[in-house]
Design a protein around this ligand. Structure first.
Ligand code: GDP
Ligand code: PGA
Ligand code: MN
Length: 620
């Protein structure tokens, strides 16, 4: 027997525990069994755990993470069943330079993505992943993005050696036994999503609280619908159902199947007459999606509810756009989220069951970050574990620190948030962070003009991705880091979809900017709950009851068209928020041209829109 065991261990690289876990797998799904076996042979884990998604499993894993020093259990009375994690200081954000779209030809990935030949990349990655789970447990997480009751459920299975990822995925998606059972019963296709921290443990070697690797690879194979992520434990790099699947892989699927996978929140608004409408909005990372999704209107009689805060899957059926939020949780930016700016998020988080990453700890076992409360605590432990006081001269929480919370805990969640059919979509908003030029809100002249607005969307970079902060870059539809194929084809797909479905049935397109500054550097517009005034104007435009002024860049409300009742704003600020300045916009054109040069193969319709803008500006 002993010989036999040794022989088979040698020939397959699998130890007894792993072989037993494979033999006793809770599924008969052939593709899954074969893939898990292959991945185990390559990564050589000590054990395999099939995640069932149960509360018991959560309790076991969170306790293990506390024992390992990855998690700090928070004060039960303040934050029940909640934990704080602190990452390696070099593993705090998405890594766009290390993100690859591997298609057969470079053209498939296009001018905006990092490309590598799939076979070459696989060879590189196989080297990286070989033995990468040694000394660790391999977790197998069956998950579904969107409803398990959808007509065509979008399944995935993430293999990971991170228990932090398992716990986070349990919040962000529907995972475990019910998913695996249905997937197995239907022998359904699933996206293979492989993740390793890239930090194997040799016998006797002591673990660190946040294992990761200095070399990172976030690799999508859109043609194979597969994801390989190596070296990072950070959310956007490691929770593979989110950006990697629901945006990069899903956008490629959507292109093939005739729908749209977008970086958009979904908001339900009900006006004083009781009419409800759904609006999706695309803002780049850390530019206000989660906050806008949880809008608390400051105007009488208007009600806002949340459907989703980050990702939208928009399908077209019987001449109607319908949108689904594929996620089950929030992975929100902590700094700036506070009791005055976003009480809905704060209430959701305070219910517990939350994983915080890279926030600061209070002395009584709670958490704190910049902007959470108006009052700043006298003493904290900062995200790097050091003592912190208000005069330390550095932020206590990392600027990209996060909370990960079940969406069900948001008390303004719309009942229909998980309707497998989605909700009807009336308007799409694009927006970014611009100190200048872009007015508070404008309405597009039509679908093609709206697609042009989206295609030329610009925003200052934020801490959500590694690299310089505050640099203006073009970010088409807020999807620059997430388009899983050629950006020119992506723009074509938007145009084709409008032409196919018909302009009348398409959502109307708006472009907003909450971040314009006045001459003295302050925000021109107060933002947050006051954005409800912009929502009101949009809804009234949809109903045909609000006025607006035609400008070269779109239809913009005048002071009179906006409900400003009870708003504390000076004339200067309002003027700065709404102004469409010919000079500023003419100065914008070279940036647009540079962007189009980079894209290279921009759809003709978009170029015509560019010419139209210049003409309108020169004649204004
Ligand atoms: P997301 O990553 O797109 O979901 O962005 P968040 O909603 O988490 O917001 C990112 C940052 O932008 C936070 O620091 C917010 O406080 C800030 N923010 C969000 N909405 C507004 C707004 O309307 N005005 C201003 N000035 N800041 C905002
Ligand atoms: P977000 O992205 O900033 O758009 O919420 C999360 C991430 O970093 O993946
Ligand atoms: Mn967000």
């Amino acid at each position: 027997m002993a010989d036999n065991t040794t022989a088979s261990t040698e020939s397959t690289g699998l130890n007894q525990a792993v072989r037993e876990a494979l033999d006793n797998a809770p599924t008969t799904h052939p593709q899954l069994l074969e893939w898990v076996r292959e991945m185990a042979e390559m990564t050589q884990p000590d054990a395999i755990h099939w995640a069932d998604g149960s509360e018991e499993e959560w309790n076991t894993l969170t306790t293990e993470l506390v024992d390992a020093g990855t998690f700090v259990r928070l004060n039960e009375e303040k934050f029940p069943n909640s934990f704080a994690a602190f990452s390696d200081p070099d593993d705090v954000a998405r890594v766009e330079e290390r993100t690859f779209i591997c298609t057969k030809t470079p053209k498939g990935a296009g001018p905006t993505n990092n490309w590598e030949d799939p076979a070459v990349m696989k060879e590189t990655l196989v080297k990286k992943f070989t033995g990468s789970m040694r000394g660790r447990t391999m977790y197998v997480i069956p998950f579904v993005m969107g409803s398990l009751d959808a007509e065509d459920p979008k399944y995935g299975v993430e293999i990971t050696d991170s228990a932090y990822v398992v716990c986070s995925m349990r919040i962000m998606a529907t995972i475990g036994t019910p998913v695996l059972d249905k997937m197995t019963r239907d022998n359904a296709f699933f996206v293979e999503a492989l993740h390793s921290l890239g930090s194997p443990l040799e016998p006797g070697e002591e673990d660190v609280p946040w294992p990761c690797n200095t070399t990172k690879y976030i690799v999508q194979f859109p043609e194979d619908r597969a994801i390989w992520s190596f070296g990072s434990g950070y959310g956007g790099n490691a929770l593979l159902g989110k950006k990697c699947y629901a945006l990069r892989i899903a956008s490629a699927i959507a292109h093939d199947e005739g729908w749209l996978a977008e970086h958009m929140l979904i908001l339900k608004v009900t006006d004083p007459e009781g009419d409800s409408r759904y609006i999706a909005a695309a803002f780049p990372s850390a530019c206000g999606k989660t906050n806008f999704a949880m809008l608390e209107p400051t105007i009488d009689g208007w009600k806002a509810e949340m459907v989703g805060d980050d990702i939208s899957w928009i399908r077209f059926k019987e001449g109607q756009a319908r949108v689904v939020n594929p996620e089950a949780g929030l992975f929100g930016v902590a700094p700036g989220t506070g009791w005055t700016t976003n009480p809905n998020a704060m209430r959701g988080v305070a219910r517990g069951n939350t994983i915080f990453t890279n926030v600061a700890l209070t002395d009584d076992g709670g958490v704190w970050w910049e902007g959470m409360t108006d009052e700043v605590p006298d003493h904290l432990t900062d995200w790097k574990g050091n003592d912190w006081t208000p005069d330390s001269g550095r932020p206590a929480a990392h600027p990209n620190s996060r909370f990960c919370t079940p969406i069900k805990q948001v008390d303004i969640l719309a009942d229909e948030y998980d309707d497998p059919e989605g909700v009807p979509l009336s308007a799409i908003i694009f927006g970014g962070r611009r100190k200048t030029t872009v007015p508070l809100v404008s309405e597009s002249f039509g679908w093609e003009h709206g697609v042009f607005q989206g295609a030329t969307l610009s925003s200052e970079t934020t801490a959500a991705a590694k690299g310089a902060v505050g640099v203006v870059r073009r970010d088409p539809m807020a999807m620059l880091p997430f388009i899983g194929y050629n950006a020119n084809d992506y723009l074509d797909h938007w145009l084709d979809t409008g032409a196919r479905v018909g302009e009348e049935a398409m959502p109307k397109i708006y472009y907003v900017n909450w971040f314009r500054r006045t001459a003295d550097g302050g925000f021109a517009w107060p933002g947050f709950g006051e954005n409800s005034r912009v929502v009101k104007w949009i809804v009234e435009r949809l109903k045909g009851t609000a006025g607006g002024q035609e400008t070269p860049v779109g239809i913009v409300p005048t002071k009179e068209d906006l409900d400003l009742s009870g708003l504390d704003i000076s004339d200067d600020e309002l003027e700065a928020a709404l102004r469409v300045d010919q000079e500023e916009w003419l100065a914008e054109l070279p940036g647009i041209d540079e962007w189009f040069n980079k894209l290279g193969d921009v759809p003709e319709v978009i170029l015509e829109q560019r010419a139209g803008l210049e003409e309108r500006l020169k004649n204004s």
